[in-house]
Design a protein. Sequence first.
Length: 184
Amino acid sequence: MPGDNDPDVSAAVFALGVLEGEERAAFLRALESDENLQAEVELWQMRLAQLETRRDEMEPDGAEWNMIARRLGFSTTGTRSIREREGIWISCEPGIDIKYLQVDPASAARTALLRMAPGSVLTSHPHDQTECCVVIEGDVTLDEHRLGKGDLHVAPAGTVHRAVSTNGGCLLLLRWDPRSPSVG
């Protein structure tokens, strides 16, 4: 993974199974050629497999989930502030990066920032969860909707975004919620 990414955190997020669509595809492409990243993923899969083996005995309690979340830099209890300089940006596609701000390991609900360089295009992708998107800066076209600063777009679970594009670049706040109703 390029730039300021932390391979340990990237591998953990992948091993937890919360990457989907193009984010997952981009990670898999990086995984093919990066032996260090492959080793990190294998290590996290072994760690998580230990929890899976124990699942038959009992469901992990809140303390275990919190331990995992703390190790990944996330919080599932109490309040927490994340500073702009914290976290890692993961490259999804050329000119498109994502930074996870919060991931709930139990429900897979996630909050992230997505930044798109001017003229960039995010390929078509399905939504397994309902996605809410708020434009923080710039412009973005989602399906046939051209949005600007402060606009909200909701894509229910079961829908597919055609290509997502920006003319001047943008910063988006994304929230995925597995509890939201799906389409259809």
